[in-house]
Design a protein around this ligand. Structure first.
Ligand SMILES: [Zn+2]
Length: 331
């Protein structure tokens, strides 16, 4: 039987019969990096990514000390050759610079979404549909129970949480990942004139966003041992809520911003509220997206692969989870 055009090789995704890896975390000869979240990046001999992703990677990984890395910046919708492959990037709408990749070989187009958010966000390029024959789609929220309310509704609920806390004399603390989630809520609040203070880790990522044309007009870094002003909102990554930089933040009222909030706030310790603000597509959006690409064959990866593949099969699409043994069976 023929091998699929993409395979899992020692836990890393690779375009079959080529040296092109996708979001490899171990060092490889050549990798496309869809975006700069930690579980998608590594130091490679050659890295293909958007300018913004390369800048965010440099910020997160620092400059290599010994073996140099060759960076190949790529723009959206500008096809280029790599050996016998033609590559083209499409915006993924997940975080700044996030991209999907379409690889065309012998007239067959293989699409890889990376992490995908089809609903417009406040701090990433709007996702584009990537027409292809074979699609590899992420399935983080690929279970039917993950249906997110409209983003505007969620943002209004966060705004109400913030206003209520402030009128009670408490400091609203919003917990979100340093790259992507933090910028989305900051963009929303700061553009609305709400003054914000951020953990220094978030502030450093904001600087990269600002260098790429996304300003945050009312945002300052938390100063050591100095609390926020009475009307300021604090934004911090969840794992740093008790870090020294947050020492001066008293009378907190805390909310976490994550798609997993659909599972209920009881799953999050030490928070007063949880809001399903996600930078991933929910289940209906993933199904809609896979259909919109026109792909006749779909492989699901990362998350609820079985449930999403089953849903796509119900839609008449040949779909299956991409697993290491899938490749062995198909050879
Ligand atoms: Zn991600």
């Amino acid at each position: 039987m023929r091998r699929p055009p993409i395979e899992l090789h020692r836990g890393e995704l690779r375009v079959t019969g080529s040296s092109l890896h996708l979001d490899a975390t171990r060092r490889v000869e050549c990798a496309f990096v869809s975006h700069a979240h930690g579980d998608h990046i590594g130091r490679h001999d050659r890295t293909i990514a958007t300018d913004a992703t390369l800048a965010l990677m440099r910020h997160r990984l620092g400059e290599p000390k010994r073996r140099p890395t060759e960076h190949l910046p790529a723009s959206f919708r500008a096809p280029f050759g790599l050996g016998e492959l033609t590559l083209e990037l499409f915006a993924a709408g997940h975080v700044l610079g996030s991209a999907q990749l379409r690889v065309t070989r012998n007239g067959v187009a293989l699409g890889y979404t990376g992490d995908l958010c089809t609903e417009p966000t406040h701090a990433a390029e709007a996702a584009e549909v990537m027409p292809c024959d074979v699609l590899v789609v992420e399935s983080t929220f690929g279970h039917p129970r993950y249906v997110f309310p409209p983003k505007d509704e969620t943002l209004l609920a966060v705004r109400k949480f913030v206003d209520d806390a402030r009128s009670d004399g408490a400091t609203p603390v919003l917990l979100g990942y340093a790259l992507g989630k933090a910028q989305e809520i900051l963009k929303y609040l700061s553009d609305a004139g709400v003054p914000c203070r951020v953990h220094p880790v978030v502030h450093a990522v904001n600087k990269v966003y600002e260098a790429h044309g996304v300003p945050f007009p009312n945002v300052k870094a938390l100063a050591p041992d100095e609390g926020p002003g009475f009307d300021e909102v604090v934004v911090c990554p969840p794992h740093l809520a008790r870090s020294p930089a947050m020492r001066g933040v008293r009378r907190r009222r805390t909310a976490i911003l994550t798609g997993w909030a659909i599972d209920g706030s009881r799953f999050f310790k030490g928070v007063d509220a949880a809001f399903p603000l996600s930078d991933h597509a929910d289940f209906p959006s993933l199904v809609r997206y896979a259909k919109a690409t026109g792909a006749g064959r779909v492989f699901t990866v990362h998350g609820h692969e079985d449930e999403l593949a089953a849903a796509l099969r119900k839609e008449g699409i040949r779909a299956e989870p991409l697993k290491e043994q899938t490749q062995l069976e198909l050879i």
